[in-house]
Design a protein around this ligand. Structure first.
Ligand code: GTP
Ligand code: MG
Length: 704
């Protein structure tokens, strides 16, 4: 009873690296390139600020919190090797005022080559005692330093106080002594705060600009898609379920938006961050950096492996989700039938099954992630462990500052976040690429009913219609019309009758160019209708369709179909001509009465009258009435008959009738049977030949 909605197709995944698609997609971003470029610039700035944060921490620790100096002993130096070494590092050393000692800061100490440092340490040239450097010279007398060790004074007047002397002094003295460091730490804190504030402010603008660009691009694509959809031939809609088409314009585009927001943009950000961190780590300490980098191949290998597994799980999940969607869509729109035939229990069973499938697919995906996420966490911890083990050792050996170690840990944590997100982004990317592919596939579909390349420049439509040897089939090898030829002169009224399925509505479809004939041609005013601009052709024809489509809206809206050129007077006139005035006036708000979607709140006969009014409101040269088959009460039938006589005057009219009473007055009646015209003539002539028309009249449909 229900069609397959192409579940697998909905569940398929695209290749995230299909650059052909991405390139095409970028055409839509082109008009917004300036906004996008600004957003990217902001992204770079924000990234720089983010990257600066651990480094600022390092400065606070190394330069101020743990600032320390070491004395270089130069008394009785005889070893020329040591002398050479010291000479080489002369620029890093600070001389005391007396010129008898040298000092080196902890920051400069790690600049020494480890081998040189080893030489200096092993010969006890570098003191193990730590000193604090303070510019509080004038406190010298006030601060109760232990008398026996006099502090050293550097050339610039700053004081070097041994660490051992600081232990006993009071808190306030300590603060005085280290006032310079406190100022430094405060400055760092201010810089830190400013960085975060700037990052916050820029993030707002970045987010805004990106959303702005993304939403605009989506809007444009949606417009293009809808325009394309409107231009499609009727045949297209027969082959594509509504649900799928709606999905194309809503979900698929939303997927694109998701990709734009959470992948494109963050990919740029991630690339900046990752390269930034790599560079900073290498500059800070290339040895430690290389130790950390040993993890990178493992991380990428794992990510690739999991992406592959996750891809399959994700594909299954999508397939089951779309299965649920189309199931619900069908069942909800067909709820009446389900209830009527008491199929609820059976439907419930089917739903339980696909719902469970969805659950299993979801669980499979979760299992994959439940391993991947902690594994990445583990790798991150492993990275930090490596830094602590290797870097900690280096700190102990004075080859790395503590601040650098802390910054390293910060960067390693930052480094892992984008990598952890990669697999998630990969999934978004895949489904977005599948959506992109479907969107472009749809855009590339050829229009089956093309506009004429060189449109005819005919003036006013006179209303002369002619079918010449027209054959047509909806599906190959199943012809519906065979070699149809007939002519309707301007102002003439012809009627078409025939049994159900004989091809009457199909004739109308050809006149309106919902389809084009397989062979032969239809002419309007002597010109092949394929050479008429579609808009002009359709505007000159008023069509009352067999199944009247009613939009949710007022009566006026339903008659004028929102055409602005039509005013209320015209609507009222059309309603009068169609004999619909009576019933409209009976409605609570008259012309303003709101009808529900599908017109379920008005009767079938009323719908028919409304559709007459709709066809007439344009005052078309050609009028086609495809009469509804549903039975209506004699009163409405009389109204319709009267209306038909009134509105067909002076127009070229084609009436397709089931109630033969409506067409007696027609100038000519064509009788169709299995896609052929088998009888032609007026009522009298056809009755006289006692053929099919005569029989149809006798079987009751034409009874007066
Ligand atoms: P009634 O309105 O019932 O009196 O029939 P009709 O004479 O208007 O028949 P119509 O022209 O609608 O259909 C003629 C034949 O074409 C029938 O056998 C239909 O089954 C078939 N047909 C109509 N529309 C379609 C379509 O959209 N696709 C396909 N494949 N066949 C169609
Ligand atoms: Mg029909």
């Amino acid at each position: 009873m229900y069609g397959d909605y192409g579940y697998m197709e909905e569940g398929k995944l695209g290749k995230p690296y299909d650059f052909r698609l991405l390139k095409r997609l970028s055409c839509y971003a082109l008009p917004y390139k300036k906004t996008f470029a600004t957003a990217l610039l902001l992204t770079i700035l924000i990234t720089l600020f983010d990257l600066a944060v651990p480094y600022v921490t390092k400065i606070a620790i190394d330069r101020y919190i743990l600032a320390s100096w070491y004395r270089i002993r130069t008394e009785n130096l005889t070893d020329s090797k040591v002398k050479d070494t010291l000479n080489r590092y002369n620029h890093l050393l600070k001389k005391t005022r007396e010129g008898d000692s040298y000092f080196i800061s902890n920051l400069n100490m790690k600049k020494l080559d480890p081998a040189d440092l080893h030489i200096l340490k092993s010969r006890r040239i570098v003191s193990t005692d730590r000193f604090y450097r303070t510019d509080a010279v004038h406190y010298k007398s006030e601060i109760p330093l232990k008398k026996e060790i006099s502090p050293y004074v550097l050339a610039d007047g700053s004081l070097l106080v041994p660490h051992s002397q600081m232990t006993g002094i009071s808190k306030s003295d300590l603060l005085k002594l280290r006032a310079g460091d406190i100022r430094g730490v405060t400055l760092v804190a201010v810089i830190f705060f400013v960085l975060i504030l700037l990052s916050f402010a820029l993030s707002y603008f970045e987010f805004y600009l990106l959303e702005f660009t993304g939403q605009h691009i989506m809007q444009d694509i949606r417009m293009t898609l809808f325009q394309k959809m409107q231009s499609h031939a009727v045949r297209f809609f027969n082959h594509n379920p509504v649900g799928r088409l709606v999905t194309r314009i809503t979900n698929d585009i939303e997927n694109l938006n998701e990709m734009f927001k959470s992948v494109f943009v963050t990919v740029f950000k991630d690339i900046f961050i990752l390269t930034g961190i790599l560079i900073i780590l290498l500059v800070m300490n290339w040895r430690l950096a290389l130790v950390c980098f040993t993890l990178i191949p493992v991380i990428f290998g794992l990510t690739f492996l999991f992406s592959t597994i996750a891809r399959e799980a994700f594909r299954q999940l999508r397939a089951t989700v779309s299965k649920i969607n189309s199931f619900l869509q069908e069942r909800i729109s067909g709820m009446r039938i389900i209830q009527l035939f008491v199929r609820e229990a059976c439907q419930m069973e089917m739903f339980t099954e696909i719902n469970h499938e969805n659950f299993l697919a979801g669980m499979k995906q979760i299992r994959v992630f439940a391993i991947f996420m902690p594994l990445m966490e583990l790798m991150s911890s492993l990275g930090i462990g490596l830094v602590i083990w290797y870097g900690g050792g280096k700190v102990i050996q004075n080859q790395l500052t503590l601040g650098a170690l802390v910054a390293f840990i910060g960067y390693i944590q930052m480094f892992f976040k984008p990598i952890r997100d990669i697999s998630e982004k990969y999934n978004i990317m895949q489904s977005a690429m599948a959506s992109t592919e479907r969107i472009f596939e749809f855009m590339d579909l050829k229009d089956e009913i093309p506009e004429p390349e060189i449109p005819s420049i005919a003036g006013e439509v006179k209303g002369h219609l002619e079918f010449r040897n027209v054959s047509f089939s909806y599906e190959e090898n199943n012809p519906v019309l065979h070699d149809i030829s007939f002519e309707v002169k301007p102002g003439e009224t012809i009627a078409i009758v025939g049994s159900t399925g004989s091809g009457k509505t199909t004739l109308v479809n050809l006149i309106e160019r919902f389809y084009d004939p397989d062979s032969g041609s239809v002419y309007l005013d002597g010109i092949d209708i394929r050479r008429w601009p579609k808009k002009k052709l359709r505007n000159s024809i008023g069509l009352c369709m067999q199944d009247v489509f009613i939009y949710a809206g007022s009566i006026t809206d339903n008659i004028s179909l929102g055409m602005e050129v039509i005013d209320e007077k015209q609507v009222e006139k059309a309603a009068y001509q169609a004999n619909a005035l009576q019933f409209i006036q009976r409605l609570p708000d008259g012309f303003r009465h709101e009808i529900g979607e599908g017109g379920s709140t008005i009767s079938a006969g009323e719908r028919q009258l409304l559709s007459f009014a709709r066809a007439l409101v344009k005052n078309p040269r050609i009028l086609i009435l495809d009469e509804a088959t549903s039975s209506i009460d004699p009163e409405t039938e009389r109204l319709i008959r009267e209306a038909v006589i009134r509105i067909t005057a002076k127009r070229t009219t084609i009436i397709i009738a089931h109630r033969l009473s409506t067409i007696r007055h027609a100038d000519r009646i064509l009788v169709m049977h299995h896609g052929r015209i088998i009888e032609q003539g007026n009522h009298k002539q056809l009755m006289n030949i006692r053929g099919v028309y005569y029989k149809l009249n006798k079987t009751g449909t034409g009874k007066d």
